[in-house]
Each structure stands twice: as C-alpha cells, then as structure tokens.
Design a protein around this ligand. Structure first.
Ligand code: NCD
Length: 310
C-alpha cells in the first residue's frame, strides 16, 4: 500500500481495493457509531490550514469539508465565489492555485471542468483533494458511499448495487461504479438511453470482468441491496430542451415504498430536486441523510491521512 501522506486524491482509480478499505477503517475512529467522542481528534491537525476552493456550487461537500477540517483542529481559508477573487481581474487558474498553495497545507477543490483537479495538482506541491471536477469524478463522495454501504450491509463483496438516473453526466455514479468494480459487486444500471452509463466506463467494467446489467426502466422485481438514485445534471446539458425531455422520467414516488419494504436501501448523493418523494424519507431504508452525514467521518480521515497525521 502506498503512503497517504502528501498524496493527491484526484481519481478513484488511483486507489487499490486495499487502500479504499483502509480509508473506510480509519473513518470509523471519527464516527460516534463506533467510538465514543474522542477529544484528542481535535488536535490531530492543529496548526494546519485547508484551502477550500469552490469554483462550482455545493452544500454538502463544501460544508462537510469545512466541518471536518475544523473538527481535526485545522484553520480554513478559501472561496466559493471565484468572482470575488482576482480571477475576476483576469488572473489565471494556475496562478490562483500557486498562491493558495503558498498559504495552505492542503487544497480542496471543486471545478466545473473535467481534469481541473489534476491540473491543480501539477501546479501545487501540497496535497490536492478533488471535490468534484465537472462530469468526471468525485472520489471523496465515492469513499463516503462505500463507507455507507459497508456500515449498512456489513460488507461490500457479494452485494448488488443499482445506479439510477443520470448515468451520463453524474460524476458520483462514474466514480462509484469504478470503485465497486474492485469488489465482487453486481452493478445494475437504470436510465433513459440518452443518459446511459458512458461506454468508456462500461469498457473498464468489461475488462475487469464485472457482472452488470442495463435497464431502461426500474424493474418491478429489482434484485438489489442498494438503489443509488441521482439527480439529472441540468447544468451539464448543452440543450435545455433535451433536459426537459428526460428530467421527470426517473422519479421515485410514494409507490417506491414497496421496494423499501422489501429491504432495498435507497441512497442518493443529494441534492435531490424531485427524484425522490419526501414521503419516503421516514422509511428506515431511505438512508440518504445518513449517507451525507458519513461524509464528515470520511473527510476527517482523509485530511488527517494526507497530512500524515494518522
Ligand atoms: C453531487 C455532486 O455535486 O456531484 N452532490 C454531492 O457532492 N453530494 C451530486 C449532484 O450534484 O447531483
């Protein structure tokens, strides 16, 4: 296993199965489900600074990184409105990264373009954490998704996971599918043909001999332990008319309760727009809010790991 100290978290493919399981096990020490509140956690990264650079909107990812940083004793600098920075005056992306690199110990970045985190990592000599780069990837979301699956099912090998909604533009499902392909997990894709899982990802699954199936609608007899629902990524459509055509095709209404009753656990990276009826929220197998909370523990662990403090 490669050391995590100083490491960039850019692409989920950079992490072996063993490394992913290691992150999950380290996250447990921040999770009150497993450990009593440990005050020494507050000192893990005291004196270190996180630069939180959000070139694209976020609620959970940005705020949970801010919370996680502070819970392990770090200070925070950064922005979530690039127009409030010198980018507005014409400063380049690379110069902005160079400057933030000088003021911080770790960079946490979200950007609307694929590959932006990789570019930042080329310029920065401190660890860069990709908090979402366009439609490409969202590796820390994937780690919290895996953590949620592990916590709920007690294992990852041997389960079946259905991914539904916008499989074309959804970065969370791209990275999750790649990560699950390192485990013995059957993957079930449910989407409109226009929002299908891109060929490049299916090709990797085939190379890795992963068992998967594709459906154009939710099967009545869905055989899955988890259903991972997603939002249609309006902001990634070039033509909004196309978005209008597909936006309401995969909405889970109150009748979905029968799947939850049968034991299917419903996940969603959030935010949801209309794709899950809030009437389902109270069901014990609707676990998306728990899933979001798990992000805190994963991010505390990752920050401590890349800073070499665990
Ligand atoms: C997702 C994202 O930003 O990719 N949200 C998140 O990080 N929890 C999903 C989405 O925006 O639909």
């Amino acid at each position: 296993m490669k050391t995590f100290k100083g490491r960039d978290i850019i692409d989920i493919n950079d992490f072996s199965r063993e490394e992913l399981l290691y992150v999950l096990s380290e996250a447990k020490r921040f999770d009150p489900t497993f450990v009593k509140r440990d005050r020494s956690n507050y000192e893990i990264a005291q004196g270190k600074i996180a630069a939180v650079l959000f070139f694209e909107q976020s609620t959970r990812t940005e705020q949970s990184f801010r919370s996680a940083s502070q819970k392990i004793g770090m200070g925070i600098i950064g922005f979530n409105d690039p127009e409030s920075t010198s980018i507005h005056k014409g400063e380049s992306f690379r110069d902005t990264i160079r400057i933030m690199n000088a003021y911080a110990d770790v960079l946490i970045m979200r950007h609307p373009e694929s590959g932006a985190a990789k570019e930042a990592a080329e310029v920065a000599d401190i660890p860069v954490i990709n908090a979402g780069d366009g439609p490409n990837q969202h590796p820390t979301q994937t780690m919290l998704d895996l953590y949620t699956i592990m916590k709920e099912a007690g294992k990852i090998d041997g389960i079946k996971v259905a991914l539904m909604g916008d499989l074309k533009y959804g970065r969370t499902v791209h990275a999750l599918s790649l990560a699950l392909s390192q485990f013995k997990v059957k993957q079930i894709f449910i989407s409109h043909p226009k929002l299908k899982m891109p060929e490049e990802f299916l090709k990797i699954l085939k190379e890795r001999r992963v068992e998967f199936e594709e459906f154009e609608k939710l099967p009545d007899d869905l055989d899955a332990d988890f259903l991972y629902q997603t939002r249609v990524q309006k902001e990634r459509f070039d033509d909004l008319k196309e978005y209008e055509k597909v936006k309401d095709l995969f909405v889970l209404g109150a009748p979905f309760r029968k799947y939850l009753d049968k034991g299917v656990k419903l996940m969603h990276p959030l935010p949801r727009v209309n794709e899950i009826d809030p009437a389902l929220d109270s069901h014990e197998n609707a676990i998306y809010f728990k899933q979001a909370k798990n992000g805190l523990y994963i991010r505390e662990a990752l920050l401590a790991l890349v800073l070499g403090r665990l």
